[in-house]
Design a protein around this ligand. Structure first.
Ligand code: IVH
Length: 699
């Protein structure tokens, strides 16, 4: 390759060209199934890009093809549902937030002030989480986290990692091959039932540097950081590639278990260590919060010397019966917390301020920067959050700024270094830059929103893109560009129109870039989404604050989207929604606003008639209480209201806020008033707290 002759300016221009070209060919190949060039020609482009990047690492672009980690290979991996959801963690950035976490735990469990709460503390490894499922002592399945409910099957790849035990036979970590049919004669597995061990797959700093050097030399992909390298290496269709990459594994938890591992996190971790799973040397049990914070300080001090990247410390409540009672809210357990290290900072120039319109109409200012490296990653864009933030920092195009990047949070500006210099002030638009409608901030709100609703093409198109995206309906062949193209043709107004695209088959065939095969593939991919997961469809509607986990919680509580819509639109909607585990007032209000709007309900009815989603399958236990409605009233003595609601959810029941003829059970504590009276009038069964505890224990 003749890259050596290029000047730096030429190299930058060529990298820009390559980024565009490779992305275009990727789209042609993956979205359209109509490649214009051969695989070998495509590989040559990728190699040219890698070689240039290796030579000029400071010119690596944020949209560089080498940074689109795993995107291509991941489409080829099979999806697997997790037996227990893979949760994420709430973050804390100060000692005070950690103290507040422990106070919350105490409140939830109604613990007396002097009851000690022991915590475990261990490094938060910057890798990707992986769940390893053993049955009968053999590794049967390894899966990535995915969206927490559904991940990707990476079993053959995980088998190539030497830290991952293939079998759980005493003193024999490489016993009978995984998936094989017979156990070794005379051996009994050290754990014979179902055991799902969860932990982090990562690459050491040293191995990462050596891998990148090798890759650059061979003209392969150069990775931006060890985490991307680990993810790209594990999520491969060909396990041979994974085997050649130096991946490591450290365990930090578990999923489904056929028998308990112990009474405390510490005990369970020791048990897993004995079974052959590597545990961090920095894992500690801390009797007090002070001890935990001291361990945080020690880990932070050791950070630079550690062989791998970490971005904080994870605390967990040690007692497992308490963890069980605490449960989780949304995506995060109430019994664990990530205490992050302070962010990394850098200085650069704010070249331009652009205002984007999102799918909920929010106008978001984005800062375009002179690219700068922050903690090993090139940053070229920052979010400027909103109008007030620009004013607070006094930002104008041309200012020098200090930016910071914390973990996986989007980089942001923390300081304007040239505030005193004379420069024209930035005027935030009062009209939507996309449709020209008025853009206003509601009283008490900082966000400025376009009032154009669905007449605003940006909102309509962003919603449609979200609807078909991977986490939502995941319609293959219907990428962002195609959505834009179809919307411009007037074929797509709302999501239901996607299911009407088949009416445009003939016109589509007459278009450039569309052949019989690609059109048929697209229409088949759409057709295949009839009868799809209702939670993904609900998430795909793009209602503010409704992520996939909340969507599942809502369906668990209401059964169908129609029932949810009816409840949310009703007079009592906000109260009823707020009584669902994982739904707070903000989410309840967003749902009410959405479903209250007749236009949205019309669109939804149209969509449901065409998409006909499947029945919702809950991951909650099936008990005689599944689908029943329970109301808690009065003051509860042995548990908090939140805990009581969580218990009901775990039985598959719904905890409601008010008593009606549909209520199946009322749990009344001392001081119960009108709800108890109403229950008695309606003849609803009423029990005390003790009886409720018995129901929970026996269900
Ligand atoms: S505990 C139920 N412990 O951090 C709690 N997670 O931000 C789930 N991670 O998805 C995880 N080191 O991939 C735990 N020592 C540690 C960890 C750790 C890294 C990752 C994990 C999780 C993510 C959440």
């Amino acid at each position: 390759m003749a890259t050596k002759e290029l000047t730096e300016t030429d190299a930058a221009a060529r990298l820009a060209e390559l980024a565009k070209e490779i992305a275009r060919h990727n789209r042609l190949y993956h979205d359209r199934d109509e490649p214009e060039i051969s695989d070998a020609e495509f590989d040559a482009l990728v190699r040219e890009n890698a070689a240039l990047e290796a030579q000029y690492p400071h010119l690596i672009r944020p949209d560089s093809p080498s940074r689109q980690v795993g995107a291509a290979p991941s489409t080829a991996l099979a999806k697997v549902a997790h037996a227990r959801p893979m949760l994420s963690l709430d973050n804390a950035f100060s000692d005070e937030e950690v103290r507040e976490f422990v106070r919350r735990v105490r409140r939830f469990l109604s613990l007396p002030e002097d009851e000690p709460v022991a915590l475990t503390a261990e490094p938060k490894i910057d890798g990707l989480s992986c769940s390893l499922r053993y049955e009968g002592g053999r590794l049967m399945l390894a899966a990535t986290r995915g969206d927490g409910a559904v991940g990707e099957d990476v079993t053959p790849n995980a088998l190539t990692i030497s830290d991952v035990p293939q079998t759980l036979y005493p003193g024999e970590s490489r016993g009978p091959a995984a998936g094989g049919s017979s156990a070794v004669e005379g051996w009994t597995p050290a754990f014979a039932g179902v055991l799902e061990v969860r932990g982090e797959v990562f690459m050491s700093k040293e191995d990462f540097a050596a891998l990148n050097a090798r890759q650059a030399e061979a003209g392969g992909k150069v990775f931006a950081n060890p985490r991307n390298a680990a993810a790209g290496s594990l999520r491969q269709k060909d396990p041979g590639i994974t085997a050649a990459r130096p991946l490591r594994f450290l365990m930090h938890g578990w999923g489904e278990l056929s028998e308990p591992l112990g009474a405390a996190q510490t005990e369970a971790v020791e048990r897993l260590r004995a079974l052959g799973f590597p545990v961090s040397d920095l894992f500690r049990r801390c009797e007090t919060i002070e001890e935990a914070l001291a361990h945080y300080a020690a880990i932070e001090h050791a950070r630079a010397e550690l062989p791998f990247d970490i971005d904080g410390v994870v605390y967990k409540v040690d007692r497992l019966d308490w963890q069980e009672r605490l449960g989780s809210v949304g995506r995060a357990p109430r019994w664990a917390l990530a205490h992050k290290f302070p962010a990394e900072k850098a200085e650069t120039t704010l070249e331009r301020i652009e205002v984007q319109v999102g799918r909920t109409g929010k106008l978001t200012p984005v800062g375009r920067l002179t690219p700068v490296g922050v903690g090993g990653v090139m940053v070229a864009n920052v979010t400027l959050h909103n109008r007030d933030e620009i004013a607070r920092l006094g930002l104008r195009e041309g200012d020098r700024v200090r930016i910071q990047r914390a973990g996986d949070v989007i980089p942001q500006v923390v300081e304007n270094l040239t505030r005193d210099e004379e420069r024209p002030t930035f005027v935030f638009p009062d009209r939507c830059p996309q449709c020209g409608s008025e853009a206003v901030a509601e009283e008490g709100e900082v966000d400025v929103r376009c009032t154009g609703g669905l007449i605003c093409p940006a909102q309509r198109i962003e919603r449609l893109k979200h609807f078909v995206s991977r986490g939502a309906m995941d319609i293959e062949g219907l990428g962002e560009k195609t959505i834009e193209e179809f919307a411009a043709s007037g074929w797509l107004h709302g999501p239901a129109d996607i299911f009407r695209l088949r009416d445009h088959r003939a016109e589509l065939l007459g278009r450039e870039g569309w052949k019989e095969k690609s059109v048929d593939n697209l229409l088949a991919a759409i057709q295949a989404k009839q009868g799809f997961d209702p939670a993904r469809l609900l998430f795909g509607l793009g209602i503010r604050h409704i992520g996939i986990v909340t969507a599942r919680d809502l369906l668990k509580a209401f059964g169908t989207i129609e029932a949810l819509a009816e409840a949310a639109a009703g007079e009592n909607g906000i109260a009823e929604l707020s009584s669902v585990e994982g739904v707070g007032p903000v989410v309840a209000e967003a749902l009410h606003d959405f479903f209250h709007e007749p236009h949205n309900r019309e669109q939804l009815a149209d969509l449901l008639a065409l998409a006909r989603p499947a029945a919702f399958v809950s991951q909650a236990r099936q008990t005689e209480w599944s689908g029943k409605t329970v109301v808690f009233t009065g003051s509860l003595q042995t548990m908090s209201r939140d805990e009581a609601k969580a218990q009901a959810e775990r039985l598959g029941a719904r905890a409601a806020g008010s008593v009606s003829a549909k209520t199946d059970l009322v749990v009344a504590g001392p001081g119960a008033g009108s709800k108890l009276k109403k229950a008695e009038e309606l003849g609803v069964r009423v029990v005390g707290e003790e009886e409720w505890a018995r129901i929970v224990a026996e269900a």
